[in-house]
Design a protein around this ligand. Structure first.
Ligand SMILES: [Fe+2]
Length: 429
């Protein structure tokens, strides 16, 4: 049942960004409060339920830390392939919303891919031609980037279409309920190969990191009908029914346009390590509590937040998570354990994450960004753009238009695609 069908005050919605943001924020806040209060509880009362649930999760995280156990669940790839991951470990992944897959690929394979990427960019004189980040006109021409806007190397395509990648994506997708409300929302066993970039951060690097934030959207999370339907239980005041693993309506929700938007539905964000990385060398951290999304969605409705503000969330800016508005959540920040070349790292698409700063990094920090973006109407639409970009060696439409690879002769070709690749590109069913 969608949010507009229910016997409660309807919500206004803006399928395009509203012209007057402060006015729209005031209007949606009023409507959300009225709808929540129609449940018989105040916003403060339902928020207190969410806080209690999160405090419980934080206790569990503290207990693991105190006992020297990994906060991040760690799964051996061999157990995924054999179907022998224990129910306890599956429960832990659902409760933490993230996982490290050990031995997802062999070390030799990962190191070979890393070298293949170096050969690919060197053979095409990438560093000589690099003109700086796609969104910054004033960068120095020729400076070496850490994020390579490269999408179509053999290494990336081999990893995206590898049977081991499909096995892990299928396993991670199984954390989600993909059929609910009498509908099927996505196919957990077919991925749409969402093409993303590469990061290669050299030894000795100093980096300021990336503050804790959220990726799935900004004001659209409250203001569009698709997201209102997805978060219907939060907006009904029935927070106990909110399940971060229920995909209902999610594949019908769209982000407002912006320079960091994602047009695809990703069950998990992820990357595959192409080098060893120690946990204290500027790596990924998360708030490993999927239900924290409930806190983020309801927090702006409390009375200490200015009436025309959403705790700093603004269109076309990263969704910030910070001490000022979310002190309870930042207590839970947890870094990934040490990872080795060939391991992969996954986190729920609505989970708070960031990258720690590092000075004089020890060793390389190399990853291929490969998420899980299962086949659904939304991802099928984006696959049309992906196919076109793949054939032309262009940057995919979610990314700055840099198109470095357009004339590179040794990029991956359509003839090389295996069945996983052809299905993922929408070339066969
Ligand atoms: Fe992010």
């Amino acid at each position: 049942m969608t949010i507009q069908d229910q016997a409660r005050p309807a919500l206004p919605h803006w399928e395009e960004p509203p012209a007057d943001h402060p006015a729209a924020i005031r209007e949606i806040k009023r409507a959300l409060r009225a709808r929540i209060e129609a449940s018989g509880r105040t916003v403060e009362e339902v928020f207190a339920v969410v806080e209690d649930r999160i405090r419980e999760r934080i206790e569990g995280i503290r207990a693991d830390r105190a006992a020297g156990r990994d906060v991040w669940p760690v799964v051996d790839y061999a157990d995924i392939e054999a179907g022998t991951v224990s129910p306890e470990l599956v429960e832990k992944i659902k409760s933490r919303g993230c996982a490290v897959i050990r031995g997802h690929f062999s070390r030799e394979q990962a190191v070979q891919w890393d070298q293949d990427i170096v050969d690919y960019v060197d053979s095409n004189r990438f560093f000589e031609n690099y003109t700086g980040p796609g969104d910054d006109f004033f960068s120095t021409v020729g400076s070496k980037p850490e994020i390579y806007p490269i999408y179509w190397s053999s290494a990336q395509m081999e990893a995206r279409t590898h049977p081991r990648m499909a096995a892990v994506q299928g396993f991670m997708n199984s954390m989600w309920t993909h059929e609910s409300e009498g509908r099927s929302w996505f196919d957990p066993n077919r991925d749409s190969l969402y093409p993303d970039r590469i990061r290669r951060r050299p030894p000795g690097a100093t980096s300021g990191g990336l503050g804790t934030h959220l990726d799935p959207g900004t004001l659209d999370l409250w203001m569009t009908e698709g997201y209102q339907n997805h978060f219907r239980h939060l907006f009904d005041g029935n927070v106990e029914a909110y399940d971060p693993w229920d995909a209902a309506y999610r594949t019908e929700a769209n982000q407002y346009p912006g320079s960091t938007m994602c047009s695809a539905f990703r069950t998990f964000q992820g990357w595959t390590a192409l080098s060893d990385m120690a946990h204290d060398q500027g790596v990924l951290h998360t708030v490993p509590i999927p239900e924290a999304m409930a806190y983020l969605m309801l927090r702006p409705l409390l009375s200490d937040v200015p009436e025309d503000e959403m705790c700093g969330v603004a269109q076309n800016k990263t969704f910030p998570v910070n001490e000022r508005w979310h002190p309870l959540l930042t207590e839970a920040i947890s870094t990934i354990p040490d990872v080795g070349a060939g391991d992969s790292v996954w986190w729920h698409c609505d989970m708070i994450h960031g990258v720690a700063p590092v000075e004089d990094q020890q060793g390389w920090g190399n990853v291929m960004y490969i998420p899980a973006a299962p086949w659904c109407t939304k991802n099928e639409e984006y696959a049309d753009h992906v196919r076109k970009a793949f054939r032309g060696g262009e940057s995919p439409s979610d990314f700055p238009e840099e198109h470095y690879e357009a004339n590179w002769p040794n990029r991956y070709t359509e003839a090389e695609l295996n069945e996983i690749g052809r299905r993922g590109m929408g070339l066969i069913d």
